[in-house]
Design a binder for this molecule. Structure first.
Ligand code: T1G
Length: 697
């Protein structure tokens, strides 16, 4: 008997406690332990009922994802659950923490379920590119009806216990000591001679005959490119239309199909990558951290305001500084409007709007920041302004205050050099809108102290962000790689492709939109001013990328905000419409550049848009600007819309395309264009020679 499932008794109640920290994942030993425990108590004349409970912080949080793809060992989960369901002794599952996936499915195999009020349960397999493969798609609809089950399984959301009770997923909410409550509940059921109620015997009600068709329509946009949501619809349909065992067969077929798909392999990789990215290789997890009880924000503009909201959302008081009362009032007004809109959409309680606003203190005086623990500067992106701000912060804030800059590409080491405490300076690059976007690129300067890094990485999680640590280089990781796609997209436009063709290829690959629609959204004038500022056009032996972009900007085509950019827009409708005017500008530009336009295939567009990003990723890795390839993937999936079912640029290169294919294609384009832009990164060459992957770096 392994100690993955501990057996004990209380009176005539047998207790099975799952003991597999940190989240009681259903590893083989756990599956065996539950099955053997139920069978043993089933034969034990001194036992009348069984309670299944999780030790530690949660009931079973699902199958052990690390076991996927490995040869099966131990009892099959469906057999374990069938053993529970067919047990001669009444079984009560006692739920706390996060009973998820196979964990909730196991609980649905019990005859009754009780839960703490704080428990959050669900079937989130869709986030791993699969579906519940242990009866969840057949049993949940039998408890809640098809409509609710379909939404719960397609969204993969965590269901709060009170809602689960109202839907019949759990039978009772237990306050205080869960085990005591569960044993009492079992004894009450025994006293009532309650039946051995099997969920499989219930009927899955279909609330409306068009449910499945309507659901397909409803999810079409957000489920684009994913496989699992569509299979989930088929499984719940089977639950409604087929007898239980046939429905289970259908579930198994579709489960195995998804489990062996590249999409699920990518999403399972990403599950662990996101967690690994939070760890810093040379900063141990027990590194002492500085306490962040209060914050300060310099700048109440779009970024500053959004960042301040993150603090308030996490209950951390924050002081927001601006140079003028107008700017301060404008910033506060925007924040309040954002909160009020969220409350209108039901995303927060109306009374919480004032509570959050009360945590944000406006000021015009730097001295009001002297005692804060963390200051984040979000002012205009010029080094002159950064210098003024950091010299002032160095002067007024107490020793130990962490000084962070939200710059999206300026040299963090230079900014740190404006202070006498460069070890306390770090970059915290938020993405717009800062109160919504999950990604946070934390930028480690050459002097940044380890306790500052440890503090900022965990504080990032506290404010609901997914932190990734990167080094100081132009554009850090995300923008630096994005620039590569931008360069080739401009060149392909001059050589023969049109914005709508390039955007369609990138969109069909799975990005929310292509580079030109994105530029129209962000405003083409932003890049135009930067190009003019940097006099890029005059640079010798660097092929300029802005000929077409400049031409449309000179006509005031700044994008959505002016109703025209690379596309035209029938505002307020923001659907991009291809514009013959732009086509004419592009053709004239090609002529001026002496370029004979040619047909460019979608495959060439995909390669020229994405392969240089992978190559730049290799350079970033070899320069140590990212710790691991997975960090780059987390940045791209979370901050730049890389479809998660493709894993991210580095995983995709490693596992779908293959590094040799990319390497050889780069050489092909180099030789065809003579442009050193295409030179494969030394790391890529080395890995190809050694037959290795980015994941090994
Ligand atoms: N398998 C293996 N390891 C897991 C795991 C799992 N299911 N869940 C978590 N871990 C590890 C995680 O990698 C981390 O490790 C540590 O536990 C703490 O996790 C048949 C097939 C439970 C809400 O999708 O959503 O059941 O980094 O940092 O923020 O139908 O983990 O410390 O080394 O995330 O408090 C379905 C996945 C599986 C739930 C806790 N279940 N887990 O969040 O901690 S598929 C899930 C979570 C399935 C059946 C199918 C979260 C959590 P390390 P953490 P957390």
């Amino acid at each position: 008997m392994s100690d993955a499932v501990l057996r004990s008794t209380q009176g005539r109640i047998g207790i099975l406690t799952v003991n597999n920290p940190p989240v009681n994942a259903l590893a083989a030993a756990v599956r065996n332990g539950i099955k053997e425990g139920v069978e043993a108590f089933g034969k034990d004349a001194n036992i009348d009922a069984i309670v299944l409970i999780g030790g530690g912080r949660t009931f079973i949080a699902g199958a052990d994802i690390r076991e996927f793809g490995k040869p099966p060992s131990g009892a099959n989960l469906n057999d374990v659950i069938a053993t529970m369901e067919n047990s001669p002794k009444l079984i009560v599952a006692a739920l706390h923490g996060t009973p998820l996936g196979g964990g909730l499915e196991t609980a649905l195999g019990a005859h009754y379920r009780v839960s703490l009020p704080t428990t959050r349960m669900g079937l989130p397999e869709v986030h791993l590119g699969i579906l519940p493969g242990a009866g969840g798609t057949q049993r949940l609809p039998r408890l809640t009806g098809a409509k609710y089950a379909l939404d719960a399984i397609i969204s993969g959301r965590h269901i709060p216990a009170p809602e689960a009770k109202s839907k019949g997923i759990v039978d009772a909410i237990v306050e205080g000591d869960l085990l005591k409550g569960a044993v009492a509940h079992a004894e009450m059921l025994l006293a009532q001679k309650a039946p051995l109620r099997r969920v499989r015997d219930l009927t899955a009600t279909l609330e409306s005959p068009d449910l499945f068709k309507e659901t397909e329509k409803a999810i079409a946009r957000r489920a684009r490119g994913f496989k699992a949501p569509w299979s989930i619809i088929k499984t719940v349909q089977a639950a409604v239309e087929l007898p239980f065992d046939e429905g289970m067969k259908r579930e198994r077929e579709l489960f195995v199909e998804l489990l062996t798909s590249s999409e699920s392999a990518a999403q399972r990789y990403y599950f662990f990558a996101e967690r690994e990215a939070a760890k810093v290789l040379d900063v141990p997890s027990d590194t002492p951290q500085r306490e962040i009880k209060t914050g300060g924000i310099i700048g109440a503009g779009t970024m500053g305001g959004g960042i301040a909201m993150n603090f308030a959302n996490a209950g951390v008081p924050v002081t927001m500084l601006e140079t003028s009362k107008e700017a301060l009032d404008r910033g506060l007004k925007t924040i309040r409007t954002n909160y009020e809109n969220t409350a209108k959409r039901g995303g927060m309680k109306a009374e919480d709007v004032d509570k959050r606003m009360a945590l944000i203190t406006p000021t015009l005086d730097y001295n009001d920041l002297k005692d804060v623990d963390l200051v984040i500067e979000a002012v205009f992106e010029t080094m002159e302004v950064k210098e003024t701000v950091f010299k002032k912060l160095d002067e007024v804030t107490k020793p130990g205050t962490i000084l962070a800059t939200n710059t999206s590409g300026l040299d963090v080491n230079q900014i740190a050099s404006y202070t006498k405490r460069p070890g306390d300076v770090i970059g915290m690059h938020f993405f717009s809108p800062a109160n919504v976007m999950k990604l946070l690129e934390n930028v480690r300067g050459k002097a940044t102290e380890k306790d500052v890094i440890a503090t900022v990485m965990s504080f990032s999680k506290k404010i609901g962000k997914i932190p990734v640590l990167v080094g100081v280089c132009e554009g850090f990781v995300g923008n630096r790689m994005l620039r590569m796609r931008g360069i080739q997209s401009s060149y392909m436009m001059e050589e023969g492709a049109l914005p709508q063709q390039i955007d369609k290829v990138v969109f069909d690959y799975g990005f929310p939109m292509g580079p030109f629609a994105m530029s129209d959204l962000a405003g083409n004038d932003v890049g135009w001013r930067i190009r003019q500022g940097k006099k890029e056009k005059e640079k010798r032996n660097v092929r300029y990328t802005g000929y077409v972009a400049d031409a449309i900007c000179e006509l005031g085509r700044f994008g959505q905000k002016t109703g025209a950019g690379y596309y035209k827009y029938n505002l307020p409708d923001r659907t991009p419409i291809p514009d013959p005017e732009v086509e004419k500008i592009i053709e004239e530009t090609s002529k001026k550049l002496g370029i004979t336009r040619r047909a460019i295939s979608d495959q060439e567009i995909l390669e020229r848009a994405l392969y240089p990003m992978v190559n730049e990723g290799a350079k970033i890795l070899e320069e140590g600007m990212a710790q691991r390839a997975l960090d780059i993937d987390v940045i791209w999936v979370n901050g730049y819309g890389w479809p998660v079912y493709r894993g991210g640029p580095m995983w995709w290169a490693d596992n779908v395309v293959g590094l040799k294919t990319i390497h050889d294609a780069l050489l092909k384009y180099r030789d065809a264009s003579g442009d050193p832009f295409w030179e494969p990164a030394p790391l890529l060459k080395k890995l190809v020679q050694e037959g290795k992957k980015f994941s090994t770096v």
